[in-house]
Design a binder for this molecule. Structure first.
Ligand code: SF4
Length: 68
């Protein structure tokens, strides 16, 4: 199974909390804005992806489970 992540990057304010707790999942640009608009990661990174989602004060990250 994979985990599909969506980030409404237009709403990102660039405080970089997502990548601070989940550096293998979320990518930031040089100003600290999330550039991960849509991404699939393996199940092994689910916990990290969820941590990053919860760390975002703007609530712009969503996570779905995909069947393989
Ligand atoms: S925590 Fe949220 S608002 Fe902050 S950089 Fe990450 S996605 Fe953007």
């Amino acid at each position: 199974m994979t985990v599909r992540i969506k980030v409404n990057v237009a709403g990102c304010v660039g405080h970089a909390r997502c990548a601070a707790v989940a550096p293998e999942v979320y990518e930031l640009d040089e100003n600290g804005f999330n550039v991960t608009a849509e991404k699939e990661v393996p199940e092994a990174l689910r916990a990290q992806a969820v941590r990053g989602m919860r760390a975002c004060p703007e609530r712009i990250i969503s996570i779905e489970q995909e069947e393989d």
